[in-house]
Design a protein around this ligand. Structure first.
Ligand SMILES: NC(=O)c1ccc[n+]([C@@H]2O[C@H](COP(=O)([O-])OP(=O)(O)OC[C@H]3O[C@@H](n4cnc5c(N)ncnc54)[C@H](O)[C@@H]3O)[C@@H](O)[C@H]2O)c1
Length: 255
């Protein structure tokens, strides 16, 4: 899909990958970008960066763990060409099996339930407008790399499977659903793995791996949106090795 002139929603766009994607979509000529997050000040800063490119931009404070609110918001604002379901959370501490039931439900709701609910409403709107592209931010943990946070890996594997299961929507109603699988990226989420900062396991991961920049990942999201030769249910993993970006493409029937 050509991005110029399109409308888009980016969730989790107060920083990191979501901010980089919103700014890149705007730079590619998107006409109207709706930014969703819970962090008001940081979201306003993303809006300022997007507005600098001349795109129309609006900010929306929406807690994606509130599924009824997600459905209501998407029914009111979800009629767009492009949806980047990007917001996500890690478990923090304590992890499974010591995590309590409310927190278990929270990570599943933010990472999976809200993403499915948002996709459902957006697909219904895209059907009516003749098509669209949805990119879900997954993670390379869904390929079986890294099991430090059981609930995070489990939710990302669920999003991967959901993305692949959406492949038939391409033929049914011209809605292409794709997965972006970032490797390690230096963003604020890393500081939420421990109590008040990075966990010991995250420090080990950072010491042993090269981190991507949010822009590396945004570039992959844009590639997924623009490539209309893709069949649906496709995914793109992005990592950095020896200072270079490495891409791994996969399709609905590959894992
Ligand atoms: N950073 C990495 O190494 C990495 C690797 C693989 C996948 N990812 C995924 O990339 C996505 C973006 O994360 P990031 O790395 O840019 O980190 P980030 O923390 O900068 O971005 C996540 C955003 O989601 C928002 N968010 C969290 N809970 C929310 C809620 N309940 N309602 C609305 N917004 C909420 C946060 O406020 C934040 O702005 C996430 O899905 C994450 O799981 C990140």
């Amino acid at each position: 899909m050509e991005i110029r002139g399109r409308t888009a929603i980016v969730t989790g766009s107060a920083g990191g990958i979501g901010r980089a994607t919103a700014v890149m979509l705007a730079a590619r000529g998107a006409a109207d970008i709706r930014l969703v997050d819970v962090k008001e000040d940081a979201l306003a800063e993303t809006a300022r960066l997007v507005a600098d490119t001349g795109a129309r931009v609006t900010t929306h404070i929406l807690d994606l763990s509130d599924i009824a609110a997600v459905e209501t918001w998407f029914q009111a604002h979800g009629d767009v060409d492009i949806l980047h379901n990007n917001a996500g959370v890690v478990s923090g501490l304590p992890q499974f099996p010591d995590v309590d039931a409310a927190r278990l439900r929270w990570i599943i709701d933010v990472n999976v339930t809200s993403l499915v609910a948002a996709t459902q409403v957006a697909v219904q709107a895209m059907r009516k407008r003749g098509g669209g592209v949805i990119v879900n931010t997954v993670s390379t943990v869904a390929l079986g790399t890294g099991f430090y946070d059981a609930m995070y890996a489990t939710t990302k594997a669920a999003v991967m499977m959901f993305t692949r299961c959406c492949a038939p929507l391409k033929d049914e109603c011209n809605v292409r659903v794709a997965g972006m699988l970032p490797g390690l990226v230096d963003t604020p989420i890393l500081d939420t793995t421990g109590a008040g900062g990075k966990s010991e396991w995250m420090k080990t991961v950072l010491a042993n791996n090269e981190a991507c920049t949010p822009e590396d990942i945004a570039g992959g999201v844009v590639a997924l949106i623009e490539d209309d030769s893709l069949a649906g249910g496709d995914w793109l993993a992005v990592r950095r090795l020896d200072g270079k970006i490495e891409y791994q493409w996969g399709h609905a029937d590959t894992i």
